[in-house]
Design a protein around this ligand. Structure first.
Ligand SMILES: [Zn+2]
Length: 286
């Protein structure tokens, strides 16, 4: 703990709502969101409290081994059947409403689920890319994931019918038992390998995307971290950016985070993002 800072303690939502509300008194803030804001939409958070540990696929496995690509696309295809009912939740809607009211200058998200935009947020920086997009390795041709999955169906007749009851994993895709012989889609423009247009573990955030995130914080009067344990270095670097500017940081997260106890963290709420952000929007008259 830093010398001179208050002893760290988590607050109940009711106790901490006043300081959280007052953080917006100086002007618009920036919000940084992680997987925790999407759990109420039915997207599991593999780092969150109570979820089973699971190691996500590493991109080098995907790039090096056809069997991983077969497993990935098969899982993505069956997973898409289950994603159809996923909708933005009250937390996403509160974020969009706060932006529309001029209380947030934008949202920086570690999520690739696209739910902030669907909820109506306009300025969205997707640090880890978008799960709705696929790109080819040789030339960077970009395609919609939905159209790539349609090509998968053409190349693998009967696959969906055979595999529809596969178990859904914590990354939202399915764990299809037998994927040997599965035909993996390739780029129709150049024949190259296709990969999700998202940043995997061990990969770097696009510098332009990171700059856009930093720019939001540069013009903000506070930073709210919602639904992230800040286990990823990029998120921590953005908190450091806020600290260098001397703006207050609020953290709303179930379970511990990597910045708990830092002097910049003026508000710490150990609670859910849906209820906390909804209550915040209500307090602020949004
Ligand atoms: Zn291509």
């Amino acid at each position: 703990m830093q010398a001179g800072s208050e002893p760290f303690g988590t607050s109940s939502t009711a106790d901490a709502l006043d300081p959280l509300t007052s953080l917006f008194g100086a002007g618009p803030a920036t919000i940084l969101t992680g997987a925790g804001i999407s759990t109420d939409s039915g997207i599991p958070d593999y780092r969150g409290a109570g979820s089973p540990p699971r190691t996500p696929m590493r991109i080098d496995q995907f790039l090096d081994d056809e069997r991983y690509r077969q497993r990935f696309w098969a899982g993505a295809r069956v997973g898409a059947l289950h994603r159809q009912g996923i909708e933005p939740n009250a937390g996403h809607r509160a974020v969009a409403a706060l932006e529309a009211a001029g209380l947030l200058n934008g949202v920086i998200t570690q999520n690739v689920d696209g739910l902030h935009r669907r909820a109506g947020s306009r300025t969205v920086v997707e640090l880890h890319g978008s799960g709705a997009t696929v790109r080819c390795l040789p030339a960077g041709h970009r395609w919609q994931r939905a159209e790539v999955l349609a090509w998968f169906d053409v190349a693998n007749p009967g696959f969906v019918e055979r595999s529809a009851d596969a178990e859904i994993t914590s990354d939202g895709d399915a764990d299809v038992a037998d994927t040997a012989g599965t035909v993996v889609p390739v780029c129709p423009a150049c024949g190259g390998m296709l990969r999700p247009d998202v940043v995997y573990f061990g990969e770097h955030v696009d510098p332009q995307v990171f700059a856009a995130a930093g720019d939001l914080i540069e013009h903000a009067h506070g930073l709210v971290v919602a639904g992230s344990s800040l286990a990823v270095n990029t998120g921590v670097r953005l908190v450091h950016r806020a600290e260098r500017r001397g703006i207050p940081v609020a953290v709303i997260n179930r379970g511990p985070t990597s910045i708990d106890g830092r002097g910049s963290v003026r508000v710490r709420i150990d609670g859910g993002t849906s209820e906390t952000l909804s209550a915040l929007a209500e307090r602020l008259g949004v």
